[in-house]
Write a protein that binds this ligand. Sequence first.
Ligand code: BYC
Ligand code: FE
Ligand code: FE
Length: 472
Amino acid sequence: MSTSIDYSQKIPNNVDLKSDKRLQRALEAWQPDYIDWWREMGPTDFNEKEVYLRTAVSVDRDGWANYGFVAMPEYRWGIFLTPSEKNRTIGFGDDAEMEAWQQVPGEHRNALRRIIVTQADTEPASVEQQRLLGKTAPSLYDMRNLFQVNAEEGRHLWAMVYVLHRYFGRDGREEADELLQRRSGNPDHPRILGTFNEPCRNWLSFFCFTMFTDRDGKFQLLALAESGFDPLARSCRFMLTEEAHHLFVGQTGIGRIIQRTCEVMNEHPGCDPKDHGAIPLEIIQRQINFWNSSSNDLFGGEISSNASNFFAAGLKGRVFESKIEDDHKVVNEIYHMDVWEDGKLVKREVPMRNAMNEVLRDEYVKDNDKGVAYWNRVCEKAGVEFRFRLPHKRFNRKIGMYAEARFDVEGNPVSEEAWSAIEAEVLPTEADNAYVDSLMVPCYKPGEFAGWISPPAKGINGQPIEMDYVKL
Ligand code: BYC
Ligand code: FE
Ligand code: FE
């Protein structure tokens, strides 16, 4: 199959859509509903403005994207799968080494549909959560990054909707319609997973979201990129190409806020950074604690028969399965887990397949640690003593066994009383939010940045930092 993308089509694609008229018609009928959703629930106020956006033009590893000015509703959202591998086999589970599926295996249809719908649902949800942020962008550079992330989450929705339409018939089309009907935070018709119903009310939250919640995206996509259902694996592989920038936005965004606060602390030793319009490092740490713990929930329960079934069935694997040196069946292996039982932590041996959510979460934690180390280097270089830390994975959970009790940031169980005493130190307070909100005033002059964040090290795609990335 060619890797080039046909841009002459209404829906750009590299899946030869024009040869399947029924499918093409169904997707072209979904397209205006998608645009209606974007206009109603996507970024407010800026749909008529030209934005310097990256668009996928090829699925080759090098030179896969073009940059240029485009009004968001005219963005060329398309369907791009990485090229198929010849004779690809299933990489793990009970059917390891059998031929990968090019159609949905009947016995796994429900499970697959559910995984794909859950993945798909997060993409428009995040756009909805971020829809107001353009109004308070700290710079045109940041505004452009926000819209880039939004546009690409829109494309990730397209990627999953293609799989639903193409492989799941009428059910798939119904699911695709519902993806445009659920709404983030709506009490009657919410998005599926918890974090995607949390308000993302200011830019500190946005950067934490792209750091931690998009990183769940990275790891879930890595697990699905291993799927024995080949069209899903190939869709997720290409989505991962776009994902790297989202994580960059989060990690460097928080880094730039820290940098600015450190500068203020050095200019005014012993001051309260709030008196100089910067965000205290403790407030940043509490936001990290919130978004990281909420995103830990996105991996599901520690012991999960769903996760075991997904792995056994060859639907959802471990990260870089082919690099793991075992038989990829994982029948006898065990996971040593601190299980919450009768009000205390007890060491237990859990069959590894049942612990697959935890195995994936462990990889996620390791990746987050690298980001935290990067922020601490910012502090260190500035000569500021404060050090950031990742809360323990048991902290502040709403899903899984640790949701039954309270744990501090080190992962130690604490009584309800002790929790009440520490809560305001470890999770964002009303006062934190009110202060951060008060800083959220737009800064739209090319090359200028709001007072609470440092400029980035360089611009986008080799362009100068002071370029007008959004033409207002
Ligand atoms: N909130 O067996 P368990 C992204 C439910 S992000 C609410 O432990 P399982 C992106 C669960 O559904 C990546 N409910 O869970 C990021 C189950 O419900 P039922 C998104 C939750 O199934 C930023 C019950 O609890 N992709 O791409 O092993 C911007 C028992 O759970 C939650 C995926 O998630 C929760 N947090 O694992 C844009 C991949 N967690 O059966 C985009 C696909 C669990 O009792 N999803 N529940 O009704 C999956 O693989 C799995 O569904 C999960 C859950 C890992 C999410
Ligand atoms: Fe995404
Ligand atoms: Fe993302």
